[in-house]
Design a protein around this ligand. Sequence first.
Ligand code: NI
Length: 412
Amino acid sequence: MSDHALDSLVAESQDLLGDITALRHDLHRWPEIGIDNPNTRDRILAEIEPLGLDITQHHTSSGVGALLTGALPGPTVLLRADTDALPMPEDTGLDYASRVDGAMHACGHDTHVAMLVGAARLLAARRGTLRGRVLFMFQPGEEGQGGAKYMLDEGLLDVPNLADGTPSPVAAAFALHTTAVAPVGLVASRRGALMASSDRLVITITGRGGHASEPFRALDPVPIACEIVQALQTMVTRRIDVFDPSVITVARISAGTAHNVIPETAEIEGTIRAVSERTRLKVVDGIRRVAEGIAAAHEATAEVVIDWGYPVTKNSDHMADFAMDVARTVLGADRVRQLPNPVMGAEDFSYVLERLPGAMMFLGGTPPDRNPATAPPNHSNRVHFDDSCMLSGMALHAATALQFLDTRPLEA
Ligand code: NI
């Protein structure tokens, strides 16, 4: 494909920006949390139904899959937006601020939905010359519920063959995530790990309760818990490769009820982050060894429970290069940055990238009158994403799909 086919996408996105901004503000006013976002789903359906897509409403979540079939045979490329908000108050003072008590689109997922609707309009208008298909994935429950996995388990990727029997496998997947701490329209990504795995850790240390004046007749779990907290930090720095790092944060310790009672148990809770599956497993092994070993040394027991969360969000090298090349072509080379390091937050697009090659990119959304270095970040009650970032986002989604389908040979 010659790049002139992509040139007009920015101008067309500019024409759509008014509609897409109105949609985004509407979504922002009425945020929904978790795996069931019925009003958001209905709003999405109202926007995409006129585009002539094959729409699948999911049953295990309010997810929507929508398939655009081009006039020419080819593979399928997936574009994803998450739809859910966060359980928190909004204090932005914006005229389109949340009207739902205790819910706010503080992670920009309203912009994700609106941008993807914009991209669907841009791509549907090119149906006559489109090779292959575009699968639009509108997914709830990113903020901890694993909504992407619900949609995958319900058969999102089981795309039927084309009318003439040609298989149209889903060949790659792409996503954008808006960030409030980078200038508007700036795109950043990297090869390999983009975001960390995130697992919850709970350790229960069991000793023997007694009178606080006579610890030698009891078995006090409190100092054992403290020793485990310290030893976990030593384990991470001494046993984990500094070039394949990990974070353990003990965020809560609880034990006891009164100043003169030795409790029977103490509990430690925290988060584990890693940027490779190898280190993720190694850290969990280390936590078990350290906690159980220290407890045993004091004749107590430690029970380690790992609540497995999202895996590492891993871009394939080839697709990260490809997506950043498309961004340079469409938005300009000065708008694209290589991230030197992964981000230690987590993302359930990781489940999609476990199944398909692909890439996620961050898209800057700090309003032009704010300093990205000091602007309230994603998940802040004061975060503000500038509407104009969606112009770049729409154009980039559409260009990535077009360029992918045009340069990818059809697989039999
Ligand atoms: Ni998010």
